[in-house]
Design a protein around this ligand. Structure first.
Ligand SMILES: *[C@@H]1O[C@H](CO)[C@@H](O)[C@H](O)[C@H]1NC(C)=O
Ligand SMILES: *[C@@H]1O[C@H](CO)[C@@H](O)[C@H](O)[C@H]1NC(C)=O
Length: 881
């Protein structure tokens, strides 16, 4: 299947490009108007994806084929790959035999190519060794030099010195001049002192270096800043008449290294004037350009390039390459492109493959995909062979362009053209495949990248991890994490968290625990969230003992638990067989870990209360007092709640009266008592307490009134309700949404509330009370006052009494459904317009009303919509369906 979306602002361009690629498109099959939702992807921005709807899998194959053809270069890449596979996979004797069977065309050039191709030092050395043992082939200074450079690059100095040591003992050495090789070796190894000593020694013995070795030594002296020795050796070279273009280049390099850029420039100018500059001219100019750019003297560098171009020097293109590279590096991508285009136009300049690569990679980074494609096409048309970097960039390009199928196909056939993905390509592939939902493919790519020694970047890792967790592919995820830990790579805390959460959700808390154990092993601390998830996970599985252990561990790791976490663990502990023992064990452990304080005790009092163990709560409370810690207000409130929640009313009252001796009873304690008593349906005691505190001049909280009104209405004690509403006004509080809603709800059910209301008001002869309107509203809802169908009017009236919420609107809706369904439907729209999200009750009321009015087909449509929103009708409504 092809998910062909090529990002472009200009669809016809895309077609043109695909045509260039050999993909035939008939425009009629293309429907760029088909909107496509781009796959969700965090990393890769997509600009105006254009869907090439008409391109089926055949065309994707064509794109792949076209690139494959280009990639399959006449270079011996495949042969090289084979050589290196043999060297790395086979034991020495088998490798020798296998290499022999390949009948390699050994020559200096070929050996140099193989050495340049290899990326693994040991295999290069093995090859060097093997080649040296083949009859008819002798290593040359160039092959030695190449090997030395490989070792030096890999910073394997001891291996190199070892190699130089071995060198004398090996059979093939006598073919090459002994000292030359040693001097070169030490020079390349960054040990010019030793090289100079050897040089002196051989001169003492009447021997001399040859031109190649002289230049290797000279170059090393510049690299290591041995400027005095440099002057001496240059002189030696000149005296022997060995000086050539290479000497000139090294001299320029020396000037640049010492910051003598004017001298460098003058030197080259002089060479140009005397007509002694050949192929290395561009290289020398490049050195100066590079040195200028490093000093941010871009203007001079640009002028220098033009100046030497004007001088008619050959091979000035080398300097162009350096100039382009330096511009890109300095972030002047547009300048580089402009330079390239103008030189292409005026001089037919074509960059080398690495020049293209630099531009392409930067353009990719800036998501300038069309320009990337242009350059790729230019390379292809110019028959410039792509190298590894180009191929990797092509892979990334297809990922970014939303053609991950093509990228994947190229990746899968990488063996055909010797593509070895780099970490950037792996990251892109994995990210894009995850974004496309192809998690399994992404995982395969990842496994391969691990085999190649690449580990994905942090972001890629977490994208893949998220995808695996989300899809519940937890075994793969586990493997991924273990591999990461194996490499001492620490997945981010959020990755861990998601993984452990996913494991907990899948009831695999043990695995989560295991992963967390791995973390502990490498001395990494799981995040607080991770601990919380695991503790909850074990709790759900009724393994509160482990949860309790983790609760302590979490604090040892420096995290702070919350009261609700403590509560959850304690509740589960108290469900266990020996609840009390377990509870006290945890308390003891906790106290041994921390200086006992109010908070710890409070957590346990709260937990015990919620676990329906008020005696345990009391025990903790007593312990606290015994250990000399003064219970603070929270302790007292929690203790009271423990009693009240568990219907231990007399205990609560006793505690409360004790409290009154200890501290001044304020709003918070009263609130606790009144609300708790209401919830336990002890409304008279609650009223008593309310009265007491009112007498003490404390203003009760609104919540007290709310709970009282609710429980009183439920008990149909409307007379008390009316008094309370008056009292509310007296203490200067207003009717809340909650209270308003309760009142209207009961009005809808029965006229009694209204009757009681009217009666009480008449008795007091209150006419101007602000609650007059509330009374009227109650009347309206009870159906006692002439029904007013205008909901705008009702809404306005309600707004005068209390702040409205969705619950209020639902009630208004319900009231309207009794008389006028059309108005009710209108109100529904109005509710939505007001920005409320209709809930289950909103829908249910509407559906119920429609059925009651016999508007069955409409009702059924609404039922469907209700299901769509994930709501189910209430039982009463279901009876009507
Ligand atoms: C040097 O010779 C020893 C013994 O033959 C061998 O084990 C070692 O690999 C050689 N080192 C190099 C760098 O070739
Ligand atoms: C009681 O003490 C705990 C722990 O120090 C504290 O978190 C809480 O806020 C205190 N409660 C009151 C009402 O001061």
């Amino acid at each position: 299947m092809l998910r062909t979306k090529l990002s472009s602002t200009n669809p016809p361009r895309v077609f043109r490009v695909l045509r260039v690629l050999g993909v035939s498109i008939s425009t009629s099959t293309v429907s760029p108007t088909t909107p496509a939702s781009p796959p969700h992807n965090h990393l890769l921005p997509r600009h105006n994806p254009v869907v090439l709807g008409g391109i089926g899998s055949l065309q994707a194959k064509d794109v792949v084929l076209s690139f494959k053809q280009w990639f399959k270069s006449p270079q011996n890449i495949l042969l090289m790959d084979q050589i290196f596979r043999i060297l790395s996979d086979l034991p020495p004797d088998d490798a020798d035999a296998a290499l022999g069977r390949l009948r390699l065309p050994l020559s200096e050039r070929f050996v140099l190519d193989v050495l340049a191709h290899g990326s693994d030092v040991l295999s290069c050395l093995k090859f060097f060794d093997w080649a040296g043992r083949q009859p008819g082939f002798h290593h040359t200074r160039a092959t030695f030099h190449a090997t030395f450079k490989i070792l030096a690059r890999a910073k394997l100095m001891s291996l190199m010195l070892d190699f130089l040591q071995n060198y004398t003992e090996l059979r093939y050495v006598h073919r090459v001049r002994f000292y030359d090789t040693l001097v070169m070796g030490y020079a390349v190894a960054g040990k010019p002192e030793i090289a100079l000593q050897l040089f002196a020694k051989m001169r003492f013995q009447g021997l001399d270096l040859d031109s190649f070795a002289y230049h290797v030594l000279l170059n090393a002296l510049v690299e290591e800043n041995c400027f005095d020795a440099f002057r001496v050796v240059v002189e030696q070279i000149r005296m022997r008449g060995l000086d050539n273009e290479i000497t000139h280049s090294i001299i320029v390099k020396n000037f640049c290294k010492q910051g003598q850029l004017d001298e460098a420039k003058a030197f080259v100018e002089q060479l140009v004037e005397s007509g002694r500059v050949g192929l290395s001219g561009g290289h020398m100019v490049g050195l100066i350009v590079d040195a200028l750019c490093k000093r941010k003297r871009f203007g001079e560098a640009g002028r220098l390039v033009e100046e030497f171009q004007g001088s008619g020097m050959v091979s000035v293109e080398q300097a162009y390459g350096v100039w382009i590279r330096d511009l890109v590096r300095a972030g002047r991508l547009d300048g580089a492109l402009e330079f390239l285009h103008s030189k292409k136009e005026s001089e037919g300049y074509v960059p080398e493959v690495c020049g293209y690569n630099i531009l392409i990679c930067r353009l990719l980074r800036e998501n300038r995909l069309e320009e990337v494609l242009d350059l790729l096409m230019e390379m292809r048309e110019g028959q410039i062979l792509p190298d590894k970097v180009t191929m990797n960039a092509v892979l990334c390009f297809f990922c970014k362009a939303g053609m991950v199928d093509v990228a994947l196909e190229l990746y899968n056939s990488r063996a055909e053209f010797g593509l070895s993905p780099n970490s950037m390509a792996y990251n892109y592939l994995i990210n894009t495949l995850c974004g496309d939902g192809s998690t399994d493919e992404a995982y395969h790519v990842l496994k391969h990248s691990l085999e190649q020694g690449y580990f994905p970047g942090k972001k890629t890792f977490s994208i893949l991890a998220d995808a695996l967790c989300q899809e519940g592919k937890l075994d793969k995820m586990k493997e991924l994490v273990l591999v990461a830990l194996d490499r001492n790579i620490m997945p981010s805390a959020s990755t861990y968290d998601k993984f452990i959460l996913a494991l907990c959700k899948a009831r695999r808390v043990d695995d989560g625990y295991l992963i967390q154990g791995e973390l502990n092993k490498i001395n990494k601390v799981a995040s607080k969230n991770t601990y919380f998830n695991m503790i909850r996970g074990f709790n759900i599985l009724n393994r509160a003992d482990i949860a309790a252990r983790l609760l302590i561990e979490l604090q040892e790791k420096g995290h702070t638990p919350t009261r609700s976490l403590f509560r959850a663990v304690i509740c589960r502990l108290c469900d266990m067989d020996n609840a009390e023992k377990q509870f006290l064990k945890l308390l003891e452990l906790q106290l041994s870990h921390q200086e006992p304080n109010c908070q710890v005790y409070n957590f346990f009092i709260d937990g015990a209360g919620h676990a329906k163990k008020p005696e345990l709560a009391r025990e903790v409370f007593e312990m606290m007092v015994r250990s000399g810690i003064v219970p603070n207000l929270s302790s007292d409130i929690l203790m009271l709640q423990s009693y009240l929640k568990n219907e231990r009313i007399s205990d609560a009252l006793n505690f409360f009266s004790d409290l009154q001796k200890r501290r001044k009873v304020g709003r918070k304690l009263c609130n606790t008592m009144v609300v708790g008593l209401c919830k336990a349906n002890k409304v008279d005691i609650a009223l008593e307490i309310l009265k007491e505190i009112r007498e003490k001049g404390v203003t009760p909280s609104l919540e007290c009134y709310e709970e009282l009104v609710k429980v009183l209405c439920t008990n149909k004690r409307y007379d008390v309700v009316v008094n309370l509403i008056d009292d509310l006004e007296r203490v200067g509080r207003h009717v809340s949404s909650f209270i308003g809603n309760v009142l209207l709800l009961h009005s809808l059910k029965t006229p009694e509330l209204f009757e009681t209301w009217v009666h009480a008001k008449d008795a007091h002869n209150e006419i101007s009370s602000p609650n007059l309107i509330l009374g009227q509203l109650i009347g309206e809802f009870s159906g006692c006052i002439g029904v007013n169908q205008d909901f705008n009017y009702l809404e306005e009236v309600m707004q005068q009494c209390f702040p409205l919420d969705l619950y209020t609107y639902n009630m208004l809706l319900r009231r309207l459904t009794r008389s006028d369904m059309d108005l009710a439907l209108e109100l529904f729209n109005r509710i939505c317009q007001k920005g409320y999200e209709p809930n289950r009750w909103t829908y249910d009321i509407l559906v119920h009303g429609l059925f009651k009015h016999g508007r069955t087909s409409e009702a059924n449509k609404w039922v469907e919509e209700m299901f769509c929103k994930g709501f189910e009708p209430t039982e009463a409504t279901k009876l009507l369906i």
